[in-house]
Design a protein around this ligand. Structure first.
Ligand code: MG
Length: 345
């Protein structure tokens, strides 16, 4: 008898460099890998669990144990299956994404097509991805920028601290590549934030992410109205249901699979974004090439991509989509576009 079988395994990603954002640093990221099997085919998924988002390997595995796939005769009932998984318990968005990605990988293999092709997206229309320069002492910032300036066409910098202008000046001493600035809710005063954005726009910055606190929609909206640069929501937008609430407060949305429960809901968000007046981007956590390749399937739909999470780790257990001359290059592998490299499970 054909049946859907889910298995999962905790795994720890090793970062090539410590990841530093405002008063916080880490050298590993815990994840849970998922494997969904049906009729001799296997799909892979992943939940990435940076500490500040609240899910853990334990919480993900506890959630995954609650799923009863025996009620579904066919994996191609994607909408029904994911609705059921979503209703098991609130939250747990990364755990849900690990099921969503594995289900897309599996069903793509059943249909024998990559998801970008199933969705009818033009694989040549993928964007450049940003590469993030983390906060660090001047010499390290200069060195990191020199290392990556040749390989990428657009860089991202995390600001929201005391040395914001200095970070930008150091990067500008190395390269004139366009920059995206992520303030990670770090700016406290809207007038000061706007002054900073005006200064940044003269420094070749092309977009600002989440200037102020996620719940402070009034000040974020005021900045968006007065800013010479597009202002994107990240922490202010998690799921599809958030879009109406933040309409008008931002010029764009940063969609991440781990926030929005996966590819199915991400596609819905990106499809509706233009009609609500939003530009869009795809972001990521520190992830293997599994979740990055899954997000990349949607990348022909977005204005910006920040899909560098797999490039930051030294023990990627998947081979997947590539970044070539700074541009995301989709492959023709069916599913989410990956091969498992090391037999972790
Ligand atoms: Mg962000």
């Amino acid at each position: 008898m054909k049946e859907l079988k889910l298995s999962f395994e905790p795994y720890n990603l090793q970062l090539k460099h410590p990841f530093i954002i405002a008063n916080y640093s880490r050298t590993t990221t815990p994840i849970v890998l998922t494997r969904l099997e049906y009729d001799g085919l296997v799909g892979y998924g992943e939940a990435s669990l940076p500490q500040y988002l609240g899910e853990t390997q334990e919480s993900v595995m506890r959630f995954l144990r609650k799923i009863d796939f025996s009620r579904f005769a066919n994996p191609l009932q994607i909408e029904e299956i994911l609705n059921y998984v979503d209703k098991i318990e609130k939250g747990n968005t990364a755990a849900k994404a690990s099921v969503d990605i594995a289900l897309h990988d599996l069903t793509g293999k059943m249909i024998d097509k990559p998801w970008h092709s199933i969705w009818g997206l033009d694989k040549t229309k993928t964007p450049f991805t940003t590469f993030t320069i983390g906060m660090d002492v001047d010499e390290m910032v200069r060195q990191k920028t020199e290392e990556v300036a040749e390989k990428f066409k657009i860089l991202k910098v995390k600001l929201g601290g005391e040395n914001d202008k200095r970070m930008v000046e150091v990067i500008r001493s190395v390269t004139n590549l366009p920059l995206v600035v992520d303030a990670n809710q770090g700016w406290q005063d809207r007038s000061e934030a706007l002054d900073m954005i005006n200064w940044l726009s003269e420094k070749g910055v092309v977009m600002i992410e989440q200037p102020m606190n996620k719940d402070n929609l009034d000040d974020n909206a005021w900045i968006t109205q007065n800013s010479p640069l597009p202002v994107f929501a990240d922490e202010s937008v998690q799921r599809f249901s958030d879009l109406e609430r933040i309409k008008g407060a931002f010029s764009g949305i940063n969609v991440k699979l781990m926030k929005c429960t996966g590819m199915h809901e991400a596609k819905k968000m990106l499809d509706v974004a233009p009609s609500l007046g939003f530009k869009s981007m795809l972001g990521c956590m520190t992830e293997t090439s599994c979740a990055i390749s899954a997000a990349a399937q949607l990348s022909p739909l977005v204005d910006f991509a920040d899909l560098d999470g797999n490039l930051l780790i030294s023990n990627d257990c998947f081979d997947g989509v590539k970044v070539i001359n700074g541009k995301i290059e989709l492959n023709d592998l069916s599913g989410v576009g990956i091969n498992l490299l090391s037999p972790v499970f």
